[in-house]
Design a protein around this ligand. Structure first.
Ligand SMILES: Nc1ncnc2c1ncn2[C@@H]1O[C@H](COP(=O)(O)OP(=O)(O)OP(=O)(O)O)[C@@H](O)[C@H]1O
Ligand SMILES: [Mg+2]
Length: 235
């Protein structure tokens, strides 16, 4: 089966900066497996996720996602690829507050015919597929038609995870999705998210500065402190 990710000689530098924000010699993530990315604030964790999702392109090197040379494709193709193959859980969830819970969860299938068809291959309707995800993430049916803004932060987080998993994306990307949760809820969320990715065969790339979360993952990548701090540490 295709690798979920493969990175060779990657460097990324924001315009106007003297140092690379990020450099990774080599990384390979088999299909369906999970990677924990950790590092201090400013080490480039969110930048890496944006590179993996094809929002940014590397300054040097190659990123392959599902054996596609994503980093070498034009912007429109990368946008299409992201909608079709990647479920993204944002730190602030990015749920649409004026839509209901279930409409939020169905959104990826409205933006991608491929994910729409995949959702329908495992359920009678999009609503049934979304309901299945929500049930697995412990969001009771009594909440499905409510506006998402009426839910607690922990509930919204699980709705964001349900949305990312709609239409069986091969890669799920999560940017510090546990930062607003207490420890009990973190454990529960991690159990459910990693369990769901395994059950659906989705690879998972998960960012956090909390090293205690590493135990849920197959592989770990630690990013260095930003370049000026590295210099301070040496002198
Ligand atoms: N839009 C941008 N334009 C220019 N430089 C940026 C931009 N976004 C980030 N950077 C630079 O890239 C570095 C890495 O930022 P990034 O957001 O990837 O860090 P992070 O590891 O996700 O930090 P945090 O844990 O605080 O979220 C920052 O220190 C900043 O200097
Ligand atoms: Mg970040």
């Amino acid at each position: 089966m295709a690798d979920a990710l493969s990175i060779e000689s990657l460097a990324f530098r924001w315009p106007g900066q003297q140092h690379n924000t990020l450099s990774i010699d080599r990384l390979q993530l088999p299909a369906g497996s999970s990677l924990f990315v950790r590092g201090p604030s400013g080490s480039g964790k969110s930048t890496l996720l944006n590179l993996l999702a094809g929002v940014l392109v590397p300054t040097e090197g190659v990123i392959q996602v599902l054996d596609q040379p994503l980093s070498q494709q034009p912007g429109k193709q990368r946008d299409r690829f992201r909608a079709d193959h990647i479920g993204y859980i944002f730190q602030q969830f990015n749920l649409l507050p004026y839509l209901s819970v279930i409409d939020n969860v169905m959104l990826p299938c409205r933006l991608s015919r491929r994910r729409h068809q995949k959702a329908l291959s495992e359920a009678e309707s999009l609503t049934a597929a979304a309901g299945d995800r929500l049930t697995r993430l412990n969001i009771p049916e009594s909440l499905w038609l409510k506006r998402v803004s009426a839910l607690s932060v922990g509930q919204q987080q699980r709705v964001a995870a349900a949305r990312a998993l709609m239409g069986l994306p091969e890669l799920v990307i999560a940017d510090e999705p546990t930062s607003a949760l207490d420890q009990d809820n973190v454990d529960n969320f991690m159990d459910v998210l990693t369990g769901q990715c395994q059950a659906l065969g989705s690879a998972l790339v998960f960012v956090s500065h909390d090293r205690h979360l590493a135990r849920w993952f197959d592989q770990e990548l630690e990013l260095d402190a930003p370049a000026p701090s590295r210099n301070e540490a040496v002198s």
